[in-house]
Design a protein around this ligand. Sequence first.
Ligand code: DP6
Length: 327
Amino acid sequence: MKSPEFQPISAVAHPNIAFIKYWGNRDQELRLPCNSSLSMNLSGLETRTTVQFDPALEQDQLILCGEVVSGPALDRVKHFLDHVRSLANKNVYAHIESQNNFPVGAGIASSASAFAALAMAASHAIGLSLDEKDLSRLARRGSGSASRSIPTGFVEWQAGTSDADSFAFSIAPADHWDLVDLVCVIDSTHKSVGSTGGHALADSSPLQPIRLANVQERVENCRKAILAKDFESFAQVVEEDSNLMHAVMRTSSPPLTYWLPETEVILWNVLTWRKEGIPACCTVDAGPNVHVLAQGKYVSEVEKRLAQLPGVQKIFKANPGPGASLI
Ligand code: DP6
């Protein structure tokens, strides 16, 4: 008989694509980022997670897409749940079941939706009642970008100065702008250095201080462009910011080279199309796959062109999406 104190709670959250990137932490344990960032939640792609705390359990259990998880992935979730338990002052283990409706290696980071859904479900399941700001702070502890999957639509994560003021908030609802993310998959193998390891290397690049020197200006310019639906200004700042992050990655010790030749082909073509009058732009996360951003009426033309480029195996399309919610 399960304890009546703890009910199973389910939540859903969406991944997000960063327009101004988070790269490098001032505090790795608290995931306090070196800079503020801006993103859009991706509708249609989601993680669904159910959490049940149970006094009869002797350790946390994690089932991901039907498979029992152990090793470093389980340790990361346990560490996160230890924080949830300390907030609630309750020493009880949990059974967690989680499903993604998008494949691993699709160029869509799953840690953002995973920890946003887990923060939402686990906090409710243990009896905490957190507002959006505190949920975002909690999700941040699991994965920095997860803080941005809590609020709806277009989201800004203010770096803040401490655990208390480093959280994300919505700057515009999902229906504000008909922007579409066309995720071009060119390689679906697992990357050798994930984001967490990458953040720890950011300070070893001589270019990180240069990237950080005017990142707040890029945040302001990107926010203004989103609010004004000014695609040309948006495209310029988004590509500049992505290129700066990859310059830092490629000059860290050891260097992180995520791009493949096919990545460059897409970047070059999209830039050429934009000069021809097709408004589209690119951003790339910690992997070789390219997120191509376009406004609604240009999406089918951009998709048609992308599908003809060498190496494009699959294209996922996502509109601006909602924040995390209970199911
Ligand atoms: C390149 O949030 O995945 O996608 O906090 O270690 O989980 P952890 O890192 P993560 O880093 C995201 C890096 C990025 C840029 C971004 O999404 O802002």
